[in-house]
Design a protein around this ligand. Structure first.
Ligand code: GCB
Length: 614
């Protein structure tokens, strides 16, 4: 496609879809009540609670609708649904791990619980917040439709109309549906388990009628950090977004830096900047976070925020004016020992603790935005983060509606995490097959990410072409990304690891080159000759050959790797009856938490790199 046409179609599509973003960020620091815990459920594979027998959506007051409380009806009434024990389920949590019957379940499950009205003043409102529901959520309160959301890995919230809240026993019902569809994001086909359910925290959030929905603060990316360091003066820049237009003062304070600045806000948004002295910059070696408070009216929101600058200079990734090599590891949001989705602070500490033990300074959170604990723990441990949306493999690239869905997830991910110093890369997708439609679609996402957050890098796992025995990293999407990233499995899919010895590579872009995946399967405790697939020795051999190739023949733009993957994970695509049984065993750590031989190979390689950098 000619370039002019490509740009014209990008502009067209960009104008076409913009979702309104009412997301409330940093809910933990607001007045809130957790709705985590035991809920009731109904499994509804035919979606009977949602559609009538003509498969028409039920009207709101339909007695057969599962959002309505059947218990309040008297004994003479016909009723065919209800919520009670022992039909109990834990929130947050995927349903698959909570009962054998749910392991492979894809469809609708209704969740129900009650809550009492929180005490609020005249001037306050209550919002219902969900950290994530996979995939589609329809939320009903006291029989009224509060709204719906699609996208399994990003947060959303609804305002609860005051007149709807009863003092006691508010009847909350969520229809959760995790059916896969060709026109959703992700699509029908992935290499991970489609865990369904209310997988992250649920809260009531109490805020003033007029409040700060979102805010950002960061180093002005334009300044020269060395210069700022010399002068001992840094430029900070930020924004505040109110839920509705208003006027008044916003105060931004960073007590440790003795900063307290006041700004007038008019309309619903504020852009501010000011100078601060002697900031200790955030980095993996110095994960310094400052307490920052934003005050508007009666509300003060407190956050912990690090300040750093990330950029690309020629073929290097540069953090605070210093070239950085990304010693990465890919992670799925899964606790393998319990075969469930990760969702808590303790889960994040386990997964990122393993990454630290590997000597990693970076994680690729594959293939979708992980829960907020992960990025907050990464902030505090000093781990750089690649965060991604599930635009994976064969998305419907021709569809404007699908693009709008992908953009919505991208927007929600960036809105939630753009105050996290750890997050340095927004990834717009993984291994999407090259075509004009796909490159238009993907470049549109890359440009959207840049527009939403010009201070971070954009990437995607690109495609490689093979000609005359050479691997060419020449995917046209590379024009739009800051980093040229690539997944390669030389020696696992296809021939054996010694193939790396003769492999030749060319990279068509004068940009940092990153291996976003490489890996081979190995079963912990299966020892054999290194040529035996699935043995720990094969996996060890694979990593040895890979590392030798990185050292020997990789271009000088080589800026890091994130091997596939930290731990074994569940996948319905993996059906070798001896070695897989529904697991992708490319983990450096086994499903029971044991370190495989390859773990120690990567750990030693990263140590070497660290020592060289000293
Ligand atoms: C890939 C995919 C990843 C798979 C992995 C594998 O290229 O990006 O999601 O799980 O390969 O194990 O084949």
């Amino acid at each position: 496609m000619n370039k002019l046409l490509l740009w014209a179609s990008i502009i067209l599509v960009t104008t076409f879809c913009y979702a309104q973003n009412n997301q409330i960020i940093n809910v933990d620091s607001r007045k809130n009540i957790s709705l985590n815990g035991t809920w009731h459920y109904i499994v509804d594979p035919y979606d009977t609670g949602f559609y009538d027998y003509r498969f028409k959506q039920r009207p709101e007051n339909d007695g057969g609708a599962y959002w309505n409380n059947s218990e309040s009806q008297d004994a003479t009434q016909w009723t065919e649904h209800g919520y009670k024990s022992p039909y109990d389920i834990q929130v947050p949590g995927d349903w698959n791990s909570q009962d054998r019957m749910f392991v492979y379940y894809e469809g609708t499950v209704w969740y129900q619980r009650e809550f009492d009205k929180p005490s609020i003043s005249e001037n306050e409102e209550v919002y219902l917040y969900f950290g994530a529901v996979n995939y589609e959520a329809n939320v009903f309160l006291n029989g009224k439709d509060l709204g719906s959301h699609k996208g399994g890995f990003t947060p959303f919230n609804f305002k609860i109309p005051k007149e709807l809240l009863k003092d006691k026993g508010n009847f909350l019902v969520v229809r959760v549906n995790n059916n896969r569809h060709a026109d959703e994001v992700p699509t029908l086909n992935t290499d991970w388990w489609n865990y369904g359910g209310i997988t992250r925290d649920v809260k009531l959030v109490m805020v003033p009628k007029q409040f700060m929905q979102q805010y950002t603060i960061q180093l002005d990316p334009v300044q020269d950090i060395v210069d700022s360091q010399k002068k001992g003066k840094y430029k900070l820049k930020g924004t505040v977004k109110l839920n509705v237009a208003g006027s008044g003062k916003v105060t931004v304070a960073i007590p440790e830096l003795k900063v307290k600045q006041q700004f007038d806000i008019k309309g619903d948004s504020l852009h501010f900047e000011f100078e601060a002295k002697k900031i200790s910059l955030w980095s993996p070696e110095n994960p310094k976070l400052y307490e920052v408070t934003f005050t508007y009216g009666n509300e003060t929101v407190t956050d912990k925020i690090g300040f750093r600058k990330i950029e690309v200079k020629g073929k290097d990734i540069v953090l605070n004016e210093k070239k950085v090599f990304l010693r990465g590891i890919c992670i799925h949001e899964e606790i393998p020992q319990q075969v469930r989705r990760a969702h808590s602070n303790a889960d994040a500490l386990q997964l990122l603790g393993w990454a630290k033990e590997l000597n990693a300074n970076m994680v690729r959170l594959a293939h979708y935005p992980h829960n907020e604990h992960m990025v907050r723990v990464a902030d505090s441990l000093g781990i750089l983060v690649w965060s991604e949306i599930p635009v994976y493999w064969t998305i419907d690239f021709k569809s404007k509606e699908v693009l709008a869905k992908a953009k919505n997830q991208l927007t929600e991910m960036i809105t939630r995490d753009r105050n996290r110093a750890s997050v340095i890369i927004w990834s717009v997708g993984n291994e999407t097959p090259v075509s004009d439609a796909r490159t238009t679609f993907m470049s549109n996402l890359a440009l959207t990410a840049k527009k939403l957050d010009p201070s971070r890098l954009v990437s995607a796992a690109l495609e490689v072409s093979h000609k005359d025995g050479v691997n060419h990293v020449d995917d046209p999407l590379g024009q739009y990304t800051d980093i040229v990233s690539l997944n390669e499995y030389l020696g696992w899919y296809g021939s054996t690891p010694d193939q790396c010895r003769t492999a030749r590579w060319t990279v068509a872009y004068n940009k940092p080159f990153f291996i976003s995946e490489t890996g081979a399967e190995g079963n912990f405790g299966f020892h054999a000759d290194k040529t035996a697939r699935f043995s720990e020795e094969y996996q060890e051999w694979y990593y040895n050959e890979q590392i030798a190739m990185f050292k020997r023949s990789f271009p000088d733009s080589f800026s890091g790797i994130s091997p596939w993957i930290l731990a074994d994970f569940r996948s319905p695509r993996r059906n070798n009856p001896t070695y897989q049984e529904g697991w992708n065993t490319k983990g450096l750590i086994s499903k029971n938490g044991e370190r495989k031989k390859a773990f120690y190979i990567m750990q030693a390689y990263y140590k070497q790199i660290m020592e060289k950098e000293k």
